[in-house]
Design a protein around this ligand. Structure first.
Ligand SMILES: N[C@@H](CCC(=O)N[C@@H](CS)C(=O)NCC(=O)O)C(=O)O
Length: 202
């Protein structure tokens, strides 16, 4: 069975549980603290979360890669449409959620929680704050007043970006543009989201 290891209430693990709920996939959750214990490091030498294990020797990191893996292994699914233009845009935004937005948010979180006072607003932090603002403007434009980022249905792009913004807002206390606030609030009404949020509490 699919097993998702996560921090309690970790936004990136929520991504995976939400996707499983939307796809009707059975999964179990496990939780680690920080620093992770030796038995977790033996399975996942990177020591980070989320981490996914599945039948057939599957054991991988990177939440966006895991989302695409699950859609490919257990699809077809409307979460990853097959039509080339939609598939390309969903793939782009799902990877963007981590490779650009999430990576920048990690820099901000590490500085916010761990840097000495003199470094909390250093050049890298200021650059990433500006990059995050550009991302928010870009996402407002992609959403364009619609209910979903791509096409007329929920996709991996919505799940990946909405959870990434939750982490940015929750961990850093940042404000989001109203269009993104409203879009996230609507997504949070979905029963699949609510079940996933409950199961990733820890
Ligand atoms: N790019 C990695 C980032 C992994 C990562 O940084 N995970 C942890 C730290 S070990 C994290 O930020 N957790 C907070 C959260 O998910 O809310 C991924 O998408 O899986």
């Amino acid at each position: 069975m699919i097993r998702i290891t996560n921090f309690a209430r970790g936004a990136r693990g929520l991504r995976l549980a939400w996707q499983c709920e939307e796809m009707g996939l059975a999964y179990e959750t496990a939780f680690v603290g920080y620093p992770p214990p030796a038995e977790y490091l033996a399975k996942n030498p990177l020591g980070n979360v989320p981490f996914l294990e599945d039948e057939g020797g599957v054991a991988i990191n990177e939440s966006a890669a895991i989302m695409l893996f699950l859609a490919n292994r257990y699809g077809p699914t409307p979460l990853l449409p097959r039509a080339p233009a939609l598939n390309a845009r969903v793939t782009q935004l799902t990877v963007y959620a981590e490779a650009t937005f999430g990576a920048g948010a990690n820099t901000l979180m590490v500085a916010h929680f761990g840097a000495p006072d003199a470094e909390k607003k250093n050049w890298s932090v200021r650059m990433q704050e500006e990059a995050a603002e550009r991302s928010l403007a870009y996402l407002v434009n992609v959403l364009g007043g619609g209910a979903f980022l791509v096409g007329d249905d929920l996709t991996l792009a919505d799940i990946a970006i909405a959870t990434g913004l939750g982490m940015y807002k929750g961990a850093l206390g940042k404000e989001l543009p109203q269009q993104l606030v409203d879009w996230r609030a609507k997504l949070a009404e979905r029963p699949a989201y609510q079940r996933a949020a409950q199961r990733t509490q820890g």
